[in-house]
Write a protein that binds this ligand. Structure first.
Ligand SMILES: [Cu+2]
Length: 359
């Protein structure tokens, strides 16, 4: 995901809304003692605060395919993002301020200066909403970094696959939902979620060795750029797989989504050590044109276990129903709660590397 450099003009546009809920208080009602006891243990459910952030203007005046569109990065204020529970991104028309179609949205993210993408949204997955009782401690993650690294940026990229005769000024806007720590009073805090990602890597077709081929999987692909994470799919079906181990501390995954391009069918995650299929994201396409409508996500209070001593495998299926090559990616974003509620920070600059543990 190549981006513009960090904008020299730092523009903090995070507007902080006020909590809408009434303060938590005691009410003299008819509840039984038992019901009251249950209420005391429940986490506070006051509605979250909301904030907004927007890129600079991004003109769309021709076809831009995935990863090719205009993009912009701004710095956002992060001190109040103490417990982020949801974020949603959309492309808006800068003149009318109205939301445009999802087909103009490529991706958007909240990112650290070292490149770590904390919260990412992309085509077909424009909203992250953690299950109840979970949140990302964004401000705390920033506090765990060296002082010159404590900046949070917001990136948005637009695209246009369908309208060659277009001329519009757009922006990517995100709405973030969060709580201040003080909002919880004496109540328990949410369980902390941290990001990790599993990217599909392929081998360059130039080094193809037919003796090492597994017949149900494509191991070598024509690369789009230098990196083996963006490749071409010839007409027909193509399945790729990649294995990971020790990519995150032990914990449980409670939210996940995947990024695929048009003609993606599914991406799935298997615990090879136990043989268990942990989850599968299915891609829905629009009926009338080549456009992802929606990609299913994973969200669970129960979650599934990640262990550093287990081997995990991602598998992606594409079905290119056109008569020409198309380009592809497959990336799985997972949000996990570390065992023993340890705090995680990301000094290393990439979230595919094991993160540093801070107790
Ligand atoms: Cu992509």
């Amino acid at each position: 995901m190549a981006m513009n450099n960090r904008s020299a003009a730092i523009r903090a546009v995070l507007a902080l809304g006020l909590a809408l809920g009434s303060p938590l208080g005691c009410s003299r009602d008819e509840k039984t003692a038992e019901a009251r006891a249950a209420t005391i243990d429940a986490p506070r459910t006051a509605p979250p605060r909301t904030g907004f952030m927007e890129t600079e203007v991004l003109p769309i005046d021709r076809i831009y395919h995935s990863m090719e569109g205009p993009a912009n990065r701004i710095e956002v204020a992060h001190a109040n993002l103490q417990w982020v529970t949801a974020i949603r991104a959309e492309v808006i028309d800068d003149v009318t301020r109205q939301k445009m179609g999802d087909e103009f949205f490529c991706h958007s993210q909240l990112q650290l200066l070292n490149g770590t993408r904390l919260l990412v949204m992309a085509t077909g997955a424009d909203e992250i909403r953690f299950p109840s009782g979970f949140a990302m401690p964004v401000a705390e993650i920033l506090q765990g970094l060296p002082i010159d690294q404590r900046a949070l940026t917001f990136v948005g990229m637009v695209l246009n696959n369908h309208e060659p005769e277009i001329d519009r000024l757009t922006r990517v806007r995100a709405t973030v939902e969060f709580h201040l720590d003080q909002d919880f009073g004496a109540a328990p805090r949410p369980k902390k979620l941290y990001p990790t990602n599993l990217t599909m890597f392929v081998k360059d077709l130039k080094e193809y060795d037919p003796t090492a081929v597994n017949d149900d999987v494509t191991t070598h692909c024509a690369l789009v750029g230098e990196l083996p994470l963006h490749w071409m799919v010839p007409p027909g079906k193509q399945k790729t797989r990649y294995r990971y181990q020790d990519f995150a501390p032990e914990g449980r995954v409670h939210f996940g989504w995947v990024h695929m391009h048009n003609f993606g069918v599914y991406m799935r995650l298997t615990d090879v050590t136990t043989g268990e299929l942990l989850w599968q994201a299915d891609v829905e396409h629009e009926a009338q044109r080549d456009q992802i409508a929606k990609i299913s996500h994973y969200s669970s209070v129960e979650g599934f276990l990640l262990r550093p001593d287990h081997v995990y495998e991602i598998e992606a299926l594409y079905d290119n129903t056109t008569d020409h090559d198309i380009n592809a990616m497959a990336m799985m974003m997972l949000y996990y709660h570390p065992r023993d509620d340890v705090s995680i920070t990301f000094p290393g600059g990439t979230i595919t590397q094991p993160a540093a543990l801070v107790r």
